[in-house]
Write a protein that binds this ligand. Structure first.
Ligand SMILES: *Cc1c(COP(=O)(O)O)cnc(C)c1O
Length: 498
């Protein structure tokens, strides 16, 4: 069962099953749902795991969670990994240094790790909506990768409509086109004047608005979310961390039970939270090393215990999926360590005073599991250049992890670095890194340039984007979002009524 990070308000149910938590992800006082307990993985789990595929491991772990989803539904959801580049190894583990392994999480349809969770999650959510005979509106705010992955998973899915908000100018051309060329009629994509935090706060305002909810209820449409506030995503993000360890065991790079480091390029902290839960379940992670870019609020929290938004402005970087100041999933870690009332107090202080401060004991507890460091764009580009010369191509988000690898790996243990996107989504930055210039390339010329100079293949789905018509071309102010959504829902309704 699932409980709430800010305690219960006496109106919402005290404990809810998985299906409820993913259909209605907003908990009491604006909190989030978390599992009441986590299952434990014993030594036998890892001994037996060596013989199993990614899909089998996933089903085993879902089974341990005892969630209220039928086995056949989970099997079908997990079968979506078959469409990844390699059905047998959806997340290849590639060695790039004696003690450094890249967990490539981007081999799904939209070329970012968001597919790992959103592909099966979308199937499960649509299944639940159909079973209950209910219609849902999914609101998604994206800094560039959640949007395409959400649209892909819900495209043409019955009983689901999707509205996706992205910061205009805050994404790459490839990311924008992955959204704006979407042809399925159950989705709407809107550019927002502002940055990702503006898009996310607009979404949170809508999710919390009772008038908006009532207006939707009048049309018998319920509201849900596909951001990593939804535990339905987190559950699938626990699994690839566990699988990376199994891959290390299979490759005989580690002995069963021996610890390793994991490095995670972090924004909304969903990926890191997955690693934290995996560690609590028994995965022998020495430390979770958090990589930030110069929007280094997570690094500040983990090194000083202070989460301070007061003098911060969001800075645009070459790792835009990490350009975040309000990192939603930190709340789940606070709850796990300090309980609901402390979490509620911190979250309220953040909202009202734009700052919260952990005391020394609390900070020490946080640092039992996490260390953090940030790097700037020029360091990232140097790393891209360095590894490309050695024959390994990594995207700008993945490159931020090299700082953590160099600065934070205190013990001589194997290190797993989470690679969160394929370089093809950020080709102009790649070109700048490879050529060591600052020229402004278009995505298309950079893709073609790199394809030829490094002799790499670009997925057909990325090539095709540039020849498809743009269907969603609207860019609006925050205040206009609600009206746009109503217009869109009326339109779908009219079509269905005919
Ligand atoms: C979403 C994303 C991140 C950040 O992941 P969180 O789980 O939000 O911390 C990092 N890199 C890329 C490429 C992403 O798409």
């Amino acid at each position: 069962m699932f409980i709430e990070t800010r305690g219960n308000d006496g109106i919402k149910p005290q404990k809810v099953p998985f299906s409820y938590a993913i259909l209605h992800p907003s908990a009491s006082f604006g909190g989030l749902y978390v599992p009441e307990t986590l299952p434990k993985l014993d030594a036998h789990f890892f001994e037996n795991a060596a013989k199993k595929s990614y899909k089998e491991i996933t089903l085993d772990i879902l089974n341990l969670f005892q969630i209220d989803i039928e086995k056949e539904v989970m099997q079908k959801a997990v079968a979506l990994y078959d469409a990844f580049d390699d059905a047998h190894e959806p997340t290849p583990l590639v060695q790039i240094e004696d003690d450094l392994f890249v967990n490539e999480l981007y081999h799904g349809p939209t070329r970012a790790f968001k597919d790992m969770a959103l592909q099966p999650f979308g199937y499960i959510l649509s299944h639940l909506a159909q079973k209950l005979n209910e219609k849902y509106l999914i609101l998604a705010a994206t800094s560039g990768d959640t949007g395409p992955a959400t649209l892909d998973t819900f495209a043409n899915k019955p009983n689901i409509n999707v509205v996706c908000l992205y910061p205009d100018g805050g994404t790459s051309d490839v990311q924008r086109l992955q959204m704006t060329t979407q042809t399925s009629t159950n989705v709407k994509v809107l550019g927002i004047h502002g940055n990702f935090d503006d898009a996310q706060s607009a979404l949170k305002t809508l999710l919390a608005s009772s008038t908006f909810k009532e207006a939707l209820e009048a049309k018998e449409i319920k509201l849900s979310a596909a951001n990593s506030v939804n535990f339905g995503r987190i559950i699938f993000q626990i699994i690839y961390h566990i699988y990376a360890y199994i891959a290390l065991l299979k490759q005989e790079k580690i002995k069963n039970g021996h610890p390793f480091y994991t490095i995670i390029p972090s924004g909304n902290f969903g990926n890191a939270l997955g690693a934290y839960y995996a560690k609590k379940m028994g995965l022998p992670i020495e430390k979770i090393l958090i990589a930030s870019n110069i929007n280094n609020i997570l690094t500040d929290l983990i090194t000083t215990g202070v989460y301070d938004l007061r003098h911060r402005h969001l800075l645009q970087t070459t790792s835009p999926a990490m350009d975040i100041l309000i990192s939603s999933n930190v709340e789940r870690v606070l709850f796990d360590k300090f309980g609901a009332s402390r979490t509620k107090a911190c979250m309220e202080a953040l909202k009202e005073e734009k700052i919260y401060t952990l005391n020394a004991d609390e900070l020490a507890l946080l640092r039992e599991d996490f260390e953090a460091v940030y790097c700037d764009d020029s360091f990232g580009k140097e790393q891209i250049h360095h590894y490309a010369n050695k024959g390994y191509i990594m995207d700008p988000h993945t490159a931020t992890c090299l700082k953590a690898y160099q600065a934070l790996k205190a013990k001589p243990l194997p290190c797993v670095l989470c690679s969160t996107a394929e370089w093809t989504k950020f080709a102009p930055t790649m070109m700048n890194a490879l050529n060591q210039d600052t020229k402004k390339y278009s995505d298309k010329e950079a893709l073609v340039g790199i394809e030829h100079s490094l002799h790499v293949k670009i997925p057909a789905s990325i090539h095709a984007l540039f020849n498809q018509p743009v269907i969603h071309d609207k860019v609006v102010h925050k205040e206009a979002i609600e009206a746009e959504i109503f217009e869109f829902l009326n339109l779908t309704c009219k079509k269905e009524c005919k």
